[in-house]
Design a protein around this ligand. Structure first.
Ligand code: 4NP
Length: 156
């Protein structure tokens, strides 16, 4: 069992969507028993909340079921997960400030390291509109597709 954690700021827009896309792809490939995923936020802004209504609308539009209650990242997560994927550089920098981050640095990556088009940040859509949410979906969809091909190859 490999455990993957998606991390953003609020855990209501980008990272719960990444988790939902990942779960759908893994289930489609018949690998539901091989991977476990979760998402969280670096902030405490929305603890316990469902995904943003715009994220839910966008995920419905794209045919990806989403269900999550926001939680905040903890130092324990660095021990519990095998791969920790930050949505942007700011999230990445915050993760690296956790007490035991240094020992787990090899597990912490920017998710767009897997984007076949270009690296960088998954842009924060919180103050954006539907176009921005769709851009987030498209970036996550192709990055996670490529990541799954890569990690499945590694474990074979
Ligand atoms: P997320 O988006 O990090 O993708 O969940 C945000 C959600 C909430 C806020 C910022 C970004 N906020 O400032 O409350």
């Amino acid at each position: 069992m490999k455990r993957i954690l998606f991390v953003c700021l609020g855990n209501i827009c980008r990272s719960p969507l990444a988790e939902a896309i990942f779960n759908q792809k893994i289930t489609e490939k018949g690998l539901g028993g091989t991977y476990q995923s979760d998402s969280c936020g670096t902030s405490n802004f929305h603890i316990g909340n469902s995904p943003d209504t715009r994220t839910i609308q966008n995920s419905i539009k794209n045919g990806v079921p989403i269900r999550h209650a926001a939680r905040q990242l903890t130092d324990q997560d660095l021990h519990s997960f095998d791969l920790i994927l930050a949505m942007d550089q700011s999230n990445y920098d915050t993760i690296l400030k956790l007490p035991t981050a240094y020992a787990h640095q090899h597990k912490i990556k920017l998710i767009r390291e897997f984007d076949p088009q270009e690296g960088g940040d998954v842009p924060d859509p919180y103050y954006g509109d539907e176009e921005d949410f769709q851009l987030v979906f498209d970036i996550l969809n192709r990055s996670i597709e490529n990541m799954n091909n890569t990690i499945n190859k590694d474990s074979n």
